[in-house]
Ligand binder design. Structure first.
Ligand code: PNS
Length: 167
């Protein structure tokens, strides 16, 4: 498959932790761009379970078989990071209509901040469309089996958090 002529893209999010839905978007986007950065960002509206360092390590482990992925963590404006690092595409996944308002609002704001940077939406695979990191943590805290919903490495780390009573 030919890659898009825009070469550097970023898939940004909180990834607290990475889910199979995220990983599916990462795998598909990595085929479209020469380089795909995974940007782990502070979402001021969310209290994270995993530290930035833990999330970086987890995503690196889960994407070790992909050769054009770079995992980065930073704070501040996403658009500023893109401008400083030559990134011209923002990739976001859309799970359902419920995501659209929030995603469009962010896409429009990012476009307002820098009109040269495009947002591209990838519809999530239907089998992952109900998954969110928050819901994963909630059901896990009540003892549910989430084996098919997160990568093996994330499952292992989540179980450690449960043992330490951090969830
Ligand atoms: O996975 P999330 O939590 O929905 O991702 C949201 C995220 C982190 C991509 C968004 O909050 C973000 O871009 N934060 C960085 C600060 C910023 O640029 N805010 C303006 C967004 S229009």
């Amino acid at each position: 498959m030919n890659k898009c002529n825009r070469t550097k893209a970023i898939f940004a999010g909180s990834f607290d932790p990475i889910t199979n839905g995220h990983l599916d978007v990462i795998r598909r986007a990595s085929k479209l761009f020469a380089e795909l950065q995974i940007g782990i960002l502070i979402n001021p509206n969310k209290e994270p379970l995993f530290t930035l360092e833990e999330r970086v390590k987890l995503i690196e482990d889960c994407t070790a078989d992909l050769d054009n992925i770079k995992v980065v963590a930073f704070d501040g404006l996403l658009i500023k990071y893109c401008e400083e690092n030559g990134i011209d595409v923002l990739v976001r996944g859309i799970r359902s209509a419920a995501d659209v308002d929030y995603e469009l609002q962010m896409a429009h704001m990012n476009k307002e901040l820098d009109s040269s940077i495009e947002t591209i939406f990838l519809p999530s695979n239907t089998k992952f469309s109900f998954i969110s990191s928050s819901l994963i943590k909630e059901v896990l805290s009540f003892g549910a089996d989430i084996e098919n919903l997160v990568p093996e490495q994330a499952l292992k780390e989540l179980k450690i958090k449960i043992e330490k009573k951090e969830i």
